[in-house]
Design a protein around this ligand. Structure first.
Ligand SMILES: NC(=O)c1ccc[n+]([C@@H]2O[C@H](COP(=O)([O-])OP(=O)(O)OC[C@H]3O[C@@H](n4cnc5c(N)ncnc54)[C@H](OP(=O)(O)O)[C@@H]3O)[C@@H](O)[C@H]2O)c1
Length: 314
């Protein structure tokens, strides 16, 4: 029987080990640091494992990431040259759909303004465009980005998406590559970032990009929503863009440093909605089910799905 190593930093392993008990018979689940004989381990399910840890298992056949993003794994220079599998599951996709719809609607319906007015007991209607008058742009047309686009189109927004390679999504204006980034931004009032963090995308949400957002929208100023990774955003630029009116508001779920330091001015900013990197939480049960499906298929000789392209880091 092959063994699966559960290696997690920052979360309690118990719920995961419990969820993985459905592997019993097919796999012997070991929880790091109690790995037993390293040569037994055929699979690893990992979240931010210490660099070098996974290199210590000579018979490893695949690494399953406990999240959709694999940037932390990719930063380990000693990561074994075995397939790295992203976490993809309708449970995770649905959670991200909720986050995106909530935050796009919150800014569209001017909830930050109404919260401030409520605080001052002020009864005042603000100009309110309809969704069909507002253009949302989603950076990243992968599993999560495409799903978010479809949900936003269903709500009536004019939706566009931007990806590395050209895509076709019904009802969504698709832009691709560096040369189509500017035209994509020029038609975007609310920007949603669902990109992976890679050497190419690091720091992409910066002042230069914010200045390219539409200035002729139906909302008072462009809005930025980032649920990708903190490394995608320049936080000093976000603050400066808010101050200068280059953007009017932001929803941030991810940060350069997590937890966000106490001293960050983002905490108290009246135009920022901040959440603790939980836009789409990986449910141990759903993730374990996805891993079990893949391990069983793999042991029957089927190829693994959602394998990371190591040359692209996503
Ligand atoms: N905050 C949270 O709770 C949370 C939860 C889950 C995931 N996430 C983040 O969401 C990210 C996206 O997840 P996913 O499952 O949708 O990933 P995915 O299926 O791999 O999609 C990634 C998308 O980004 C595009 N892309 C990558 N590099 C690009 C570049 N240089 N320029 C333009 N587009 C580029 C890809 O283009 P192509 O289509 O051309 O390949 C693809 O459309 C994850 O990597 C993770 O960081 C966050």
């Amino acid at each position: 029987v092959a063994a699966l190593l559960l290696a997690i930093s920052g979360y309690r392993p118990e719920p995961w080990a419990g969820a993985l008990s459905i592997l019993r018979g097919a796999c012997d689940v070991r929880v790091w640091p109690d790995a037993g004989d390293p040569a037994d381990i055929r699979y690893a399910l990992a979240w931010k494992p210490p660099h070098g840890l996974l290199a210590g298992f000579p018979k490893l056949e695949a690494i399953f990431s406990l999240g959709a993003g694999v940037d932390a794994l990719m930063r380990d220079p000693t990561l074994p040259a075995v397939p790295v599998v992203r976490y993809v599951d309708p449970d995770l996709t649905g959670r991200m759909r909720e986050y995106v719809a909530l935050h796009v609607l919150a800014h569209h319906r001017r909830m930050l303004d109404y919260a401030a007015q409520q605080h001052s007991r002020l009864w005042r209607e603000l100009p309110q465009p309809a969704a069909r008058e507002v253009r949302v742009g989603v950076m990243g047309l992968g599993v999560l980005g495409q799903d978010a686009c479809v949900a936003l189109a269903m709500l009536g927004f004019q939706v566009a998406g931007w990806s590395r390679t050209p895509k076709k999504v019904a009802g969504v204006a698709c832009f691709a590559g560096a040369e189509q980034l500017a035209p994509f931004l020029a038609r975007t009032d609310i920007l949603v970032c669902l990109l992976p963090l890679t050497p190419e995308t690091e720091g992409i949400l910066n002042m230069r990009l914010f200045r390219l957002l539409a200035r002729d929208g139906a909302l008072p100023a462009p809005v930025v929503i980032n649920a990708g990774r903190g490394g995608l955003q320049n936080e000093a630029d976000i603050l400066a863009a808010l101050k200068g009116g280059v953007i009017g508001a932001a929803s941030l779920d991810v940060f350069a440093e997590e937890p966000l330091p106490d001293t960050s001015p983002l905490w108290g900013h009246p135009r920022v909605i901040l959440t603790p990197h939980n836009a789409a939480w990986s449910s141990p049960e759903a993730c374990a089910r996805a891993v079990v499906r893949q391990i069983k298929a793999h042991q029957n000789g089927a190829p693994l799905a959602h394998v990371v392209d190591r040359s692209l880091s996503y």
